[in-house]
Design a protein around this ligand. Structure first.
Ligand SMILES: [Zn+2]
Length: 230
């Protein structure tokens, strides 16, 4: 009753067009879902996202769902997800994206096991924000693809403030030291699907992938919600 009254005064609006959402719609109306700037990376194994890592760190597959433009809908979605607590955005995107990835991460080879690994926030930042912005996206992928979500294997070491002043090489050195693997004995022959919100320079994902590839016989793929063309 109260909830209905609240919804009458503050109806749910589409993040894309600000139109009223109808019953059973959340986050985006059907028109905005249809018009999202999809990259179609899953249709091209040698896509622009994979090329970002070419010659730097061996990545099996790299798929970003949406193009991130400066004034676009993907930017609004990422902002609301990251800073406004709208974690249902991650769930929606994960539920929309996993069917495109089903044939990419199939358990064909009985020796290889897939695991979904979120790029971790530092504990302090996660405490400030209350959540990691990739968690709901990871959970939706994990459920849809029937692949275990492992939130404890990869850890972030230090809390860093903005790194914009430092040059690229210095930044990468710091990034490489940022991530570590929690030691385990049963992690060989895993194919890790590393998940983040956006690929911009790729430096964070590069550092995470390098950390995971220290595990014997590990393979790494990357899936993100958005991709910045640079
Ligand atoms: Zn809309």
């Amino acid at each position: 009753m109260l909830k209905n009254l609240f919804k009458t005064i503050f109806p749910d609006l589409c993040i894309g067009c600000n139109g009223l959402l109808i019953k059973n719609e959340s986050v985006l109306c059907i028109h905005c879902r249809h018009d999202l700037p999809y990259t179609q990376h899953h249709k091209n194994p040698n896509n622009e996202a994979l090329l970002k890592f070419y010659g730097i760190v061996p990545i099996e597959n790299c798929f970003a769902m949406l193009y991130f433009h400066n004034e676009g809908i993907a930017k609004r979605l990422m902002h609301q997800l990251k800073y406004k607590g709208k974690q249902e955005i991650g769930t929606l995107l994960g539920n929309m994206y996993y069917p495109e990835l089903e044939d990419k991460f199939k358990h064909e080879d009985s020796k290889t096991t897939f695991e979904i690994i979120p790029v971790p926030l530092h504990k302090k930042r996660q405490k400030e924000r209350g959540y990691n912005q990739v968690t709901t996206f990871c959970k939706a992928l994990s459920k849809g693809l029937d692949i275990t979500l492992n939130e404890t294997l990869l850890i972030r070491n230090h809390y860093t403030k903005t790194q914009t002043q430092k040059n690229k090489i210095a930044r990468q050195k710091i990034n490489d030291a940022l991530f570590d693997i929690v030691e385990t004995t049963s992690e060989s022959n895993k194919h890790y699907i590393l998940v983040d919100d956006i690929i911009t320079t790729g430096a964070t994902l590069e550092a995470c992938a390098k950390a995971l590839l220290r595990i014997p016989n590990a393979k790494v793929s990357i899936v993100t919600m958005a991709f910045t063309e640079t």
